[in-house]
Design a protein around this ligand. Structure first.
Ligand SMILES: [Zn+2]
Length: 479
């Protein structure tokens, strides 16, 4: 047994047998300074956590179950209920101190049957996915000539041509944030000028003829017209036909509809803090997915990364000083409904949250964290993340945290977004290709290592990441 291993074994025992053992260990393993035993190696909890995570397949194995046995988990559906039951059982078996569900009410969107066909000049079928929240077509569908535009600006300049037509937006990919505006708002922009339906080129930077769905919203003041994503390949072909003056016509049939509200659930699990159980470090993913693919990267990965990280600490006997609370949210894909429900249910305890972390950028190799908090907190997190340099996961910068934790962050809780090297993310995102075979077990384990290390540092730190207690109660929290 090397001295480093000895220290690790000893540390585990110290966790069990308390302070005296810890002091003895400190003498043996304590910091090496000039003149001291040169063999002694300081105990390094971060490296111990990282080593344990890299040797553990728990998160990968459970993610495989979720994707392959439960499958797609559209918010509010029977498959989502199956996922919630699986989640509760899995979290209980993992040894969390408590596991519970909290109600979330949400409108149930149903895709129904859908198809689209180019009827002239030469007939061919389009591969499509209706967009979440879209209305359907009348039975039998809608047939109309296409107006193909590349941007909102082009639509405005050709507004007189839109009436009675199906508008196709074929925007060049300019990053997700920029390009997703056409998926989210294309239908109402087209309806404003009298269009009868709206198609959108899938929001992706690369395509093997796969459609990518996602949420859209209607402007209240305008007619709701049906809207769907088609493949990059089909969108390009239709634009080329239009430019050559071929005036393509499309028949679109969609059975989409929104049913009355149903009750579903967020799933919550806790490791109670050993000294300050009232202080909460929240770590989250969203359990719902689109109904296409099996939600492997989005966001089964985030669920298993956060939960796998907390479980690893339990397994290692590293129960932190503060409480670690895992939340698997419902209905993130429909605009963060589960995140808002959680916030409403927990308004009275906002002053107890030390930080909230969300993992929703897939299981690609880890990069680090982006932080929504003041610069002092960003700097403290940079220090805490330093041991992740060997994993190339130590990057901590100010930035976006997450959809589900947004209400908490807006109320003053420091928000932390787990970030990966997600260059390939949009190849799979919201498409039938977001499946378990796309998960690299080593990259997933490295993400668990990164998140476990940071969560432990936050939950264990002598001083909390922000001053907590009644003095910081969020304004309006007792409304
Ligand atoms: Zn997601």
């Amino acid at each position: 047994v090397s001295s480093k291993e000895f220290c690790r074994l000893g540390w585990r025992r110290a966790q069990r047998h308390g302070v005296r053992m810890l002091l003895a260990l400190f003498v043996v393993c304590g910091s090496t300074r000039a003149g001291e035993d040169p063999v002694a190696i300081p105990y390094d909890p971060a490296q111990t956590i990282i080593d344990a995570a890299l040797g553990d397949t728990y998160a990968y194995d459970r993610l495989g179950e979720l994707c392959d046995q439960i499958g797609p988990r559209l918010a509010g559906t029977e498959r989502m209920r199956a996922a919630i039951a699986w989640a509760v059982q899995t979290l209980q078996q993992a040894g969390f101190d408590s596991v519970w569900t909290e109600p979330v009410r949400l409108p149930l969107w149903e895709r129904g049957e859908e198809w689209a066909r180019v009827t002239s000049p030469e007939p061919f079928d389009l591969t499509l996915l209706g967009l979440g929240n879209s209305v359907g077509t009348p039975p039998g569908g809608i047939e109309a000539a296409l107006l193909v535009v590349e941007s909102f600006e082009e639509l405005e300049s050709r507004a007189a041509e839109a009436a009675g037509r199906i508008v196709l937006f074929n925007p060049t990919w300019r990053g997700y944030g920029e390009t997703v505006r056409y998926r989210g708002g294309g239908a109402s922009a087209a309806a404003r000028h009298g269009a009868v339906a709206c198609l959108v080129r899938s929001v992706t930077d690369a395509s093997l003829a796969t459609p990518h769905t996602g949420m859209m919203t209607y402007a209240d003041s305008l007619p709701k017209i049906p809207t769907a994503a088609i493949t990059v390949e089909d969108a390009g072909r239709l634009q080329r036909l239009a430019r050559r003056g071929a005036q393509p016509r499309v028949r679109l049939s969609m059975g989409a509809r929104t049913l009355p509200e149903v009750e579903s659930f967020n799933v919550v699990a806790e490791i109670r803090g050993r000294e300050k159980p009232e202080d909460i470090v929240l770590a989250a993913g969203h359990l719902d997915s689109w109904d296409t693919g099996t939600g492997a990267h989005d966001d089964g990965a985030g669920c298993l990364i956060t939960m796998g990280a907390a479980r690893l600490l339990l397994q290692m006997g590293l129960r932190p000083r503060r409480t670690l609370r895992i939340v698997w949210y419902e209905a993130e894909e429909f605009g963060g409904i589960g995140g808002r429900a959680y916030f409403q249910a927990h308004r009275d305890e906002l002053d107890r949250y030390v930080a909230a972390l969300e993992s929703d950028s897939g299981a690609f190799p880890p990069r680090g964290f982006s932080v929504q908090a003041d610069s002092t907190i960003v700097q403290r997190l940079q220090t805490m993340a330093r041991p992740l340099a060997n994993l190339e996961a130590a990057e901590v910068q100010p930035g976006w945290s997450g959809v589900d934790i947004r209400p908490l962050v807006q109320a003053g809780v420091p928000g932390i977004g787990h970030r990966t090297r997600a260059d390939d993310y949009f190849h799979y995102h919201h498409s039938p290709a977001d499946t378990f075979d796309k998960i690299d077990p080593e990259a997933l384990a490295r993400n668990v290592a990164a998140v476990a290390t940071l969560l432990y540092a936050i939950a264990e730190a002598d001083a909390p990441l922000r001053p907590i207690g009644s003095a910081t109660a969020a304004p309006g929290s007792h409304e």
